[in-house]
Design a protein. Structure first.
Length: 165
């Protein structure tokens, strides 16, 4: 993993390429998937403009790699937390997956450090919830990233990246 500072579609493409590589380098081959908004690892019920923007860019890139992306913005909540704080697919998620006729579900988390954001993504089998592929990266915090994070919380600005100068 490396710290990156390009645009969000560059981030999305980097994550999408990892997901594709984890499946033997073959694109989606027309598989229908749905994506859930990336959530804060410290509070699995919390997302942010950053998490939603990362999910949107990943969705765009996965589509370009041959996945058919189901639009489920109006679907019921897809995840619950167990007593240990782990992210689990609920029975509702299985019902949504079945009603949307998807083969895979993409989930993601992000963690904040003082200077970076750590992102982890999983592609799960919609039926068995088996992990099919994983992706991850660490992003240098920038003015733009902090802005998207701060829209929902009170964060201070990180260093300005070379990209933003």
């Amino acid at each position: 993993m490396s710290v990156a500072t390009p645009d969000f579609f560059g981030f999305g493409d980097y994550l999408a390429r990892q997901l594709v590589a984890g499946r033997g380098g073959h694109g989606g081959r027309g598989e229908r998937i749905l994506l859930t908004s990336m959530v804060n690892l410290d509070n699995l019920y919390e997302s942010s403009a950053f998490g939603r923007t990362m999910t949107e860019s990943l969705s765009t890139c996965l589509f370009r790699y041959g996945f058919r992306v189901a639009e489920v913005r109006k679907a019921p909540s897809l995840f619950i937390r167990d007593r240990e704080g782990e992210l689990l697919l609920s029975r509702d998620a299985a019902l949504v997956a079945k009603s949307q006729a998807v083969q895979g579900i993409v989930t993601g988390t992000y963690s904040l450090t003082p200077t970076t954001v750590i992102i982890n993504v999983r592609l799960l089998d919609a039926g068995s919830q088996e992990v099919l592929s994983v992706a991850g990266m660490e992003l240098q915090r920038s003015h733009n990233i902090n802005y998207l994070l701060a829209r929902d919380t009170a964060l201070v600005d990180g260093r300005i990246s070379a990209y933003e100068r």
